[in-house]
Design a protein around this ligand. Structure first.
Ligand code: SF4
Length: 459
C-alpha cells in the first residue's frame, strides 16, 4: 500500500487519473482518492504525451523493440497503430515530466498503469493486441533513472471495479527437484507488477511444483503466460520422470475466481491465454473443466490420458486429441492444459504401508469416477516408499475434507492398514479446516464468527 495519505509529500500524477480528458481517445481514468488529494493542492498533474505535443484524440501507441529504458537509449521506438513513429514526442513528454518534478521538488509519482508513457512494471507489448509485457513506459523509465519513485494507481488499491477483482492461478509445473529452475519460474511470475505469489510448493517425488498466485485478472493472465514461457525454456519433457501424471512443462494452469469475477470471466481468461500460448510459444493447448470446448475435455484426467509420451504420439493423427490451440505436434515443452474452476483442495493421505496397490484400491473406492464420493478425484501412488492416496477435492463445501478422511480410514482398515499423516498442497480455504475442526471436536452451535482471528481481520 502506498502511503499517500499518511504523509504530506506532494505527488506528480498522470493528468488522466485526475479526470482530465487527456487519453488518446479523449477519455480519462478518474481516481477518487487522487482527486481528493488534488483538491488539497497535493498533486501536480501532467500528461507526458500532450506535453510532448501530441493532440487529443490521437492514435494509440505502443513501444516496439523493448521498453521505456530502451527508448531512452535509442534501442526501441514508440509507434502508433497506424505506424507513425512518435518516439520524439514521447521523449519530449518524459523530459517535461522530469522538469515538472524538479521544479516542484517532487520525489514521488503516481502514474497511470500500462501506458507506453506512464506505465510502471508492465506495459502493452507493442502488438496492439492488449497484451502486456514486463517493463516501464518512457516517462517512468526517465523518472526512475533520475531517482523519482513511481507507483501506479493500482498499487494503492485501485479506483474502479477492476481493482476489486481477484483471480487466483494455481499452475502445476513439471519440475520439483532443480531448485534453480523452480526459482526462475516463480520469479518470472512474480515479476509481473500487481501479482502476489502466495506459495511455491515443490514435490521431489512427483517432480512437480505448484505455484499459487493472485491479482487482478489482467496481470494474473500475463503472469501465467510468463510462467509457462519460462517453464518451456527450462524443462525438457523428454527426460522428465515423476510419480504424477503430466503432459507438459507447464502441465496444468487453472484460473480460479476469488472475488469480483465470475467463473465465466475465468473461462474467457483461459481461452485468451490458450490462444496466446498456442501462437506465441507454439505449445499445444487443451482447455479443460469450465473452459472445455467439448464435454470429453472437462475432466483433467481424460485430457491427460496417455501422459506426455502417449499424447506426443497421438496428437498428430487422432482428431480427438487435436489441441484447442497451437500446433498438432509436441516439442520438449509438451502440451499445456488451461482452464477455469472453483477453488479446490489438493489433499494427500499417507498410509502405513509400502504396498501401493492398497493406495490404488482406496483411491478407486473414494473417487467419484469409479463410484466413490462426489467432488473427489483420487490416485494411488508410492511416495518415498510409502503408499499415498493423492486427491483433488473439487468442492469442499459439498464433500468436506473430514468425510474424505473418514472414508479413507474405513477403506484402509479393510486391509489392516492405518493412516500415518496427511498433507495439503498449496493453499486451503480457512473454512475447509474449520469444518474439519468442528467435525472432530463435535462442536455444537459453533459459528465461524467465533474464531478470534477473523474478528481481528474484520477490525
Ligand atoms: Fe494519462 Fe499518461 Fe496517457 Fe497522458 S500519457 S493520457 S497522463 S496515461
Amino acid at each position: 500500500m502506498v502511503d499517500w495519505l499518511e504523509n504530506d509529500v506532494p505527488l506528480l500524477v498522470s493528468a488522466c487519473l485526475l479526470g482530465m480528458c487527456t487519453a488518446y481517445d479523449g477519455g480519462s481514468s478518474p481516481h477518487p482518492r487522487l482527486q481528493a488529494l488534488a483538491t488539497q493542492g497535493r498533486t501536480v498533474p501532467l500528461c507526458p504525451e500532450m506535453a510532448g505535443g501530441l493532440p487529443v484524440p490521437r492514435p494509440p501507441a505502443e513501444i516496439q523493440g523493448g521498453e521505456g529504458a530502451d527508448v531512452l537509449d535509442g534501442r526501441a521506438r514508440v509507434v502508433t497503430a497506424d505506424d507513425q513513429d512518435v518516439t520524439a514526442q514521447y521523449l519530449v513528454g518524459a523530459q517535461a515530466a522530469l522538469t515538472a518534478a524538479r521544479r516542484f521538488g517532487l520525489c514521488r509519482a503516481i502514474l497511470k498503469s500500462r501506458s507506453p508513457s506512464c506505465g510502471a512494471g508492465q506495459i502493452y507489448d507493442g502488438t496492439f493486441s492488449r497484451r502486456l509485457r514486463p517493463g516501464d513506459g518512457v516517462t517512468v523509465a526517465l523518472l526512475k533513472r533520475e531517482g523519482i519513485a513511481v507507483h501506479t494507481e493500482e498499487e494503492e488499491g485501485g479506483n474502479d471495479k477492476m481493482s476489486k477483482q481477484i483471480v487466483e492461478c494455481v499452475p502445476n509445473f513439471s519440475e520439483g527437484r532443480r531448485q534453480k529452475a523452480i526459482d526462475a519460474i516463480a520469479a518470472a511470475i512474480g515479476r509481473v507488477s500487481g501479482v502476489k505469489v502466495l506459495d511455491v510448493k515443490p514435490d521431489a517425488d512427483h517432480n512437480r511444483t505448484v505455484v499459487t498466485f493472485i491479482g487482478q485478472a489482467q496481470v494474473v493472465e500475463e503472469a501465467a503466460f510468463q510462467g509457462i514461457a519460462k517453464a518451456a525454456e527450462l524443462i525438457d519433457m523428454d527426460v522428465h520422470q515423476g510419480e504424477h501424471p503430466r503432459v507438459g512443462a507447464a502441465d496444468v494452469v487453472p484460473f480460479v475466481p476469488i472475488q469480483g469475477v465470475s467463473l465465466d470471466d475465468c473461462v474467457a481468461m483461459a481461452a485468451r491465454l490458450g490462444a496466446r500460448v498456442g501462437s506465441e510459444l507454439e505449445i499445444p493447448v487443451y482447455l479443460y473443466e469450465a473452459a472445455a470446448t467439448n464435454p470429453a475435455r472437462r475432466n483433467l484426467a481424460d485430457v491427460r490420458r496417455g501422459e506426455y509420451e502417449g499424447l506426443k504420439h497421438e496428437i498428430a493423427f487422432n482428431p480427438a486429441r487435436e489441441p484447442d490451440f497451437g500446433p498438432k505436434r509436441m516439442g520438449k515443452a509438451g502440451a499445456t492444459i488451461i482452464g477455469a474452476r472453483p477453488p479446490l483442495i489438493a489433499f494427500n493421505v499417507t498410509l502405513a504401508t509400502t504396498d501401493v496397490s492398497v493406495a490404488k484400491n482406496i483411491a478407486r473406492a473414494v473417487r467419484h469416477s469409479s463410484g466413490g464420493l462426489r467432488y473427489v478425484k483420487a490416485l494411488g501412488l508410492s511416495v518415498e516408499g510409502q503408499a499415498q492416496v493423492s486427491m483433488n477435492l473439487t468442492d469442499y463445501r459439498r464433500t468436506p475434507v473430514h468425510r474424505v478422511m473418514e472414508m479413507i480410514r474405513r477403506e484402509a482398515a479393510r486391509y489392516g492398514v492405518g493412516v500415518t499423516g496427511s498433507e495439503v498442497i498449496g493453499l486451503v480455504p480457512q473454512r475447509a479446516l474449520l469444518d474439519a475442526a468442528l467435525y472432530y471436536l463435535q462442536l455444537d452451535g459453533f459459528v465461524p464468527d467465533q474464531v478470534l482471528e477473523s474478528r481481528l481481520v474484520e477490525g
